[in-house]
Write a protein that binds this ligand. Structure first.
Ligand SMILES: *Cc1c(COP(=O)(O)O)cnc(C)c1O
Length: 369
C-alpha cells in the first residue's frame, strides 16, 4: 500500500458544518466556562447515552481522576492492569492503591470470580474497564459492590454508544467515565465526560473541575481546572450528529475482518457478546504462536513493512510500567500478562475501505506457517 494506514483515524464533520457551529462565538465572545455549546453538548450526550446526569470535562483522564476524588475514596481500588495508562495513573494520583485483579481470557474484562478474594477492609471501590468496548459483567460487579458497600466507577472510555440489555452502558455503576480523545469513537478533539447517578457527587464534580469554586468568591474544595471549552464542545455537537453513520462504517470494516480471520487456527478474535449493541471501537486479535506459526511481533513487523500500523494495545500491563518498578507483581495477573504479550489491535475506523481490510488480512494470513 502506498499510503500508510494507522490504527485509528479521527472522524471529522464537514469543514462548513464546524464553521457554522462556531460562528456565533465571534459575537458572543463566550469561549469557555460552560457556555452555550457546552450546555447543548451536555444535554445531547445525556440523551444519547441515556444517562441521568452528565458532566463534561477536558479529557477522559480527568474524568477518572476527578470522579475518584469526588467519591471521597480512600485505601484500595480493585482494577485491572490490562488497560490504557490513564486508569491506573488516575488511581495512584489520588493517593489510592490499585489492587490488580486478573482479566478473563474471553473478553479481556475483569474476571469477576477473582474480585472477592482481593477485597480487604481498605477496599473502597472497584474500577473495571469496558476494554475494547466489551461490556464487563456488570450484574456480578453490582452484586459484589452492594454486598461490600463499594463504589463502582467504570472506565467507559471505549464504550461510547454501547448498549447492554437495551440499556445505555452509562446506566450501570455509580459513574462511568468516557474519553472524547481524537482517536475515540466519538470525539471533541480532547475531551471527556462522567455519566453518574448521584446529585451530590455531581455537584462535587462540577466544583472540582472549576478550582473547587462555590459561587463567585469561595472555594469549598481543592479543585483543579478541567473545563471543556466552546470550540471543542462545538466539535462534539457536529460529531454527535454523525455518530450513528460513523459506527455503521466501523461495523462494516469489523465484519469484514471477522469474515476473513475467523476460523484461522492460532487467531483469537474479540467475542460478539450476547445482548450487547457494540460500537466497534477496536479490533483486537490474539496470536497463539504455537498454533499460528508466527508471534504478535512478527505480524506487527510484517504489517509495518507494508505501511500498516497496528498497535500493541495493551502492552505492557500498567503494573509493569517503570514508574511502578518493584511495586506490583504482574505474575499475579497471568492471563492479563499472557494476552498483553500476544495481542495486536488492527486499524479500525469508519472510513477504512474494505479492500484495505482485505489487504491487511492478506498480510496477516501470509505470516501463518
Ligand atoms: C483514552 C483512554 C483514557 C483517557 O482518556 P483521554 O481522553 O485520552 O484522557 C482512559 N482510559 C482508557 C481505557 C482509554 O482508552
Amino acid at each position: 500500500m502506498n499510503h500508510s494506514i494507522q490504527v485509528a483515524r479521527s472522524s471529522m464533520p464537514a469543514f462548513e458544518e464546524y464553521c457554522e457551529e462556531i460562528q456565533g462565538l465571534w459575537d458572543s465572545r463566550w469561549l469557555t466556562n460552560m457556555g452555550e455549546k457546552h450546555q447543548q453538548l451536555q444535554s445531547g450526550l445525556a440523551k444519547y447515552l441515556e444517562a441521568s446526569q452528565v458532566e463534561l470535562l477536558t479529557n477522559g483522564h480527568m474524568a477518572l481522576e476527578l470522579s475518584l476524588q469526588a467519591f471521597g475514596l480512600s485505601g484500595e481500588v480493585i482494577t485491572t492492569p490490562f488497560t490504557f495508562a490513564s486508569t491506573t495513573q488516575a488511581i495512584v494520583r489520588n493517593g489510592l492503591t490499585p489492587v490488580f485483579c486478573d482479566i478473563n481470557p474471553i473478553d479481556f474484562t475483569i474476571d469477576v470470580s477473582k474480585i472477592e478474594a482481593l477485597i480487604t477492609e481498605k477496599t473502597s471501590a472497584i474500577l473495571p474497564v469496558h476494554v475494547y468496548g466489551n461490556v464487563c459483567s456488570v450484574e456480578a460487579i453490582e452484586e459484589i459492590a452492594r454486598r461490600y458497600s463499594l463504589k463502582v466507577l467504570y472506565d467507559a472510555a471505549h464504550t461510547f454508544g454501547v448498549r447492554y440489555k437495551d440499556r445505555g452502558i452509562a446506566s450501570f455503576g455509580d459513574a462511568s467515565c468516557f474519553s472524547f480523545h481524537a482517536t475515540k469513537v466519538f470525539h471533541t478533539i480532547e475531551g471527556g465526560a462522567v455519566a453518574y447517578q448521584d446529585k451530590d457527587f455531581g455537584q462535587r464534580l462540577t466544583r472540582l473541575k472549576n478550582f473547587g469554586l462555590e459561587g463567585q468568591e469561595d472555594a469549598s474544595e481543592v479543585g483543579g481546572n478541567s473545563k471543556l471549552d466552546e470550540f471543542r464542545a462545538a466539535m462534539g455537537l457536529c460529531n454527535l450528529r454523525h455518530i450513528d453513520e460513523n459506527i455503521v462504517g466501523r461495523r462494516k470494516a469489523a465484519e469484514r475482518y471477522r469474515e476473513r480471520l475467523e476460523n484461522i487456527s492460532g487467531i483469537q478474535l474479540n467475542p460478539i457478546q450476547p445482548e450487547v449493541l457494540s460500537n466497534y471501537a477496536y479490533f483486537p486479535v490474539v496470536f497463539d504462536e504455537a498454533a499460528f506459526g508466527a508471534d504478535r511481533n512478527q505480524v506487527l513487523t510484517a504489517l509495518a513493512a507494508k505501511n500498516v500500523y497496528a498497535r500493541k494495545y495493551f502492552y505492557p500491563l500498567t503494573s509493569e510500567f517503570s514508574c511502578y518498578r518493584n511495586r506490583f507483581d504482574p505474575g499475579l495477573t497471568p492471563i492479563a500478562r499472557r494476552i498483553s504479550q500476544r495481542v495486536l489491535t488492527l486499524p479500525l475506523y469508519s472510513e477504512l475501505p474494505l479492500d484495505a481490510v482485505d489487504t491487511i488480512c492478506d498480510i496477516i494470513i501470509s505470516c501463518k506457517k
